[in-house]
Design a protein around this ligand. Structure first.
Ligand code: ARG
Length: 589
């Protein structure tokens, strides 16, 4: 396992501090913002001087003298009040990059202790088409899953289907109202279960809003739906059979969306999977005194001393016996703990559900539903907005379906791809594949490159541009390297030992060496935007290098071989990060 360059440098500089009798922790070193002054910088002399009541420049000079002895730096200077600026010798830099290239994880695993993680994301619901709200849950969740796998974690990804509760009763009653003769509504229904669903997924998507609207106007309908929900949960065979159909066809539908977005789930569980455990849980909570009755409902009080905002109790069972979203989530924690004994359970869900998760997490701790060491975290995110700055809606104010967002992005990408003259160079099938990849990369990069908690404006024209901080730009950078390496192979050019002959090469190497810190930051903060920043700066350094340094056209065979190797390493790292971001790179463009 390779140690990151910054860790190594901080250690070396720390030792120099130690050698002059100062605490080595002052040796923390970071990349310099001013490449003209140095590649790396350490400001520890200032803090050390303050502590010791000495002159920072004196300390800086002593540390510098020690660093000189190491032979690892080609230049060390003292700037301003005592900043130490450093430039690495080429040998040191090349040695490090060669080590990184040997490491399948580019030195990223040295920061990380492998964990068992359950990631809960996606979160679609029966009968409702996935919509814009599920876009971020899927894109961010999948990227965090890939990041964790890259770091060596054991990841269980669970879609946590919304398949229980009152919406199910509403659907059953509305279907019954429309088709009373179907066998499912007979109290004595005992099968046989028809193979095919009596409703299509398109019908369901129309039935659900209709049922929901009816329940608001018709109290008797609502009451009947409540009762049906209750009967379903108690196991009434006809309702279960109908529910199973609705669940199956809804899952099949969401699978198409998830496949388009490249999301991979190891588990397709849902709220309903908690049904058998809920009575067991409720009995325990009651017996151990964690739950109480409040206005006929069973609740867990989760308010804590010092709460600044009001913290309502978590309702587990309403007076009519119905279980709630919080009940299934608490029961899911118990089931997951029992089954997997995870180190953490992470929920990638809209930030607007933060109160819900706060209540559930507090209840889980209070009721000892999991091991105290198990970490629970709600990884929230902001909304996707329209140009008016409000959450994205269709023109007539409806919910924007996920599928149509993706289709729009691919359409926009098709235009852009055609404008770049690709239409003449590729067969229609390949062109279509490229446009799909570009469209999806555009949405994903735009989403992930924002700070997770901020809202952003959905602007396909901007997202699909081949310039600037966009998915297509990143993709193009990788494709360009691929094409170059393919040409090199055709010309039977081979790569060779790394050399540094130009600053553009050194800068590219420094960008490659910065990955471990980016990955560590992204995983600690669950912040894929840090990886987007990294891959963007890597592409920029690559483009600068490509501009300054001929590769295939380089006359000196050793330099050419070294540059080919540098290109290959860059491509491997770029593709790795783009993979974590969920971006597929075509062979050519
Ligand atoms: N189905 C929910 C929704 O559409 C999201 C589920 C999130 N996960 C969870 N364990 N609550 O809002």
């Amino acid at each position: 396992m390779t140690t990151s360059l910054l860790t190594q440098l901080s250690h070396i500089v720390g030792q120099a501090f130690g050698a002059v009798g100062i605490d080595p922790s002052f040796g923390t070193t970071f990349p310099s913002q001013r490449r003209d002054l140095g590649q790396f910088q350490c400001n520890g002399a200032l803090a050390a001087a303050k502590q010791a009541g000495r002159n920072p420049r004196d300390i800086g000079a002593e540390v510098m003298a020690e660093l000189e002895k190491s032979g690892l730096f080609s230049e060390i200077t003292l700037a301003g009040p005592g900043f130490i600026n450093m430039r690495l010798t080429d040998d040191f830099l090349l040695g490090h990059i060669s080590d990184l290239a040997e490491d399948p994880h580019f030195g990223c695993r040295s920061f990380h202790t492998p964990q068992k993680v359950i990631l809960d994301y996606g979160g679609p619901n029966v009968a409702k088409a996935m919509h814009v709200g599920h876009l971020r849950a899927t894109i961010i969740g999948e990227s965090l899953r890939r990041l964790r796998v890259f770091l060596g974690d054991e990841v269980i990804s669970d879609v946590h289907f919304g398949d229980w509760g009152l919406p199910m009763g509403l659907l059953i009653k509305e279907i019954e109202r429309r088709n009373p003769d179907l066998p499912y509504f007979d109290e004595k229904f005992a099968g046989p279960y028809p193979d095919t669903s009596p409703v299509t997924v398109e019908e369901l998507q129309e039935i659900y809003p209709a049922a929901s609207a009816r329940s608001k106007e018709d109290p008797a309908f609502l009451e009947a739906a409540r009762l049906a929900t209750f009967d379903l949960q108690k196991g009434r065979p006809g309702y279960r059979a109908l529910w199973q159909h609705m669940r199956d066809i809804s899952i099949a539908e969401t699978r198409t969306d998830f496949d388009l977005l490249g999301a991979q789930f190891t588990e397709w569980k849902g709220e309903a999977d908690t049904n058998d455990h809920i009575p067991v849980m409720l009995a325990r909570l009651k017996a151990e005194g964690y739950s109480e009755m409040s206005e006929g409902a069973i609740v867990v009080n989760v308010a804590e001393e010092g709460d600044k905002k009001e913290m309502p109790p978590l309702i587990l069972e309403k007076s009519d016996g119905a279980v709630m979203y919080g009940t299934t989530d608490l029961a899911t924690i118990e089931i997951r703990s029992e089954l997997h004994d995870p180190d953490s359970i992470l929920y990638v869900v809209d930030a607007r559900q933060s109160l819900h998760f706060e209540q559930v997490f507090r209840a889980a701790r209070k009721c000892h539903s999991l091991k105290p060491a198990c970490h629970l975290e709600h990884i929230g995110f902001g909304t996707v907005n329209g140009r008016d700055g409000k959450p994205l809606k269709t023109r007539d104010g409806g919910v924007v379906r996920l599928r149509s967002l993706i289709e729009d992005a691919v359409d926009e990408a098709r235009k852009v791809v055609r404008d770049t003259g690709m239409a003449e160079r590729f067969e229609p099938a390949e062109l279509d594949d490229i446009a799909t990849k570009v469209g999806i990369a555009a949405i994903k990069f735009a989403d992930l490159s924002n700070q997770r908690m901020s809202n952003y404006i959905f602007d396909l024209e901007r997202f699909t541009k081949f310039e600037g901080r966009t998915g297509p730009y990143q993709m193009y950078a990788a494709v360009r390297i691929k094409s170059m390496l393919r040409k090199a192979a055709e010309q039977k050019l081979v790569d060779g030992r790394l050399m540094a002959t130009h600053d553009a090469e050194r800068n590219l190497m420094l960008a490659l060496a910065a990955l471990p810190e980016a990955v560590a930051g992204a995983s600690e903060k669950n912040a894929p935007n840090i990886l987007c920043d990294h891959v963007y700066s890597l592409s920029q350094e690559f483009n600068a290098f490509y501009h300054e340094c001929p590769v295939l056209g380089e006359a000196n065979a050793d330099i050419r071989a070294s540059r080919l190797r540098l290109c290959a390493i860059t491509l491997r790292q770029m593709e790795q990060i783009l993979f974590v971001l969920g971006i597929d790179v075509p062979e050519r463009m």
